[in-house]
Design a protein. Structure first.
Length: 123
């Protein structure tokens, strides 16, 4: 049986060089459908008092040019920053699931964002 020989320094150097070349390869840019995908987002103000209360929605969406709002009370809007009046005659705080659909009309891609807004009952 032959004794084990250590690899030469040149073999070691060659392996390191190949590893660096492979790991330093330039990465490709992500495809456009990841870069320009719509990102739906919004916040609001004005839901502090008892119903009926008018709420101002602030659209923070990116990469979109068409907007569809659903206020969970049968009303919808296509405004960028809509105002909406909520009513609550139930005697208890009521949750409304507000949904914004943000669409890039050139690609048809869209994203929905849903948030719950609590409206206090009428006095």
């Amino acid at each position: 049986m032959k004794p084990f020989k250590r690899p030469s320094f040149l073999v070691f150097l060659h392996i390191i060089t190949l590893t660096l070349i492979i790991s330093c390869k330039e990465k490709e840019d992500p495809p456009d459908y990841y870069v320009n995908t719509p990102i739906a987002g919004f916040s609001w103000s004005g839901n502090d008092g008892p119903a009926p209360v008018t709420v101002q929605f602030i659209n923070t969406s990116l990469n979109a040019d068409k907007f569809e709002w659903n206020f969970d009370d049968g009303q919808v809007s296509s405004d960028f920053d809509p105002q909406h009046t909520f009513h609550n005659g139930s005697g208890e705080p009521k949750n409304f699931n507000v949904v914004l659909k943000a669409t890039d009309s050139s690609t048809g891609q869209f994203q929905r964002k849903s948030r719950v807004i609590v409206i206090q009952p009428q006095n």
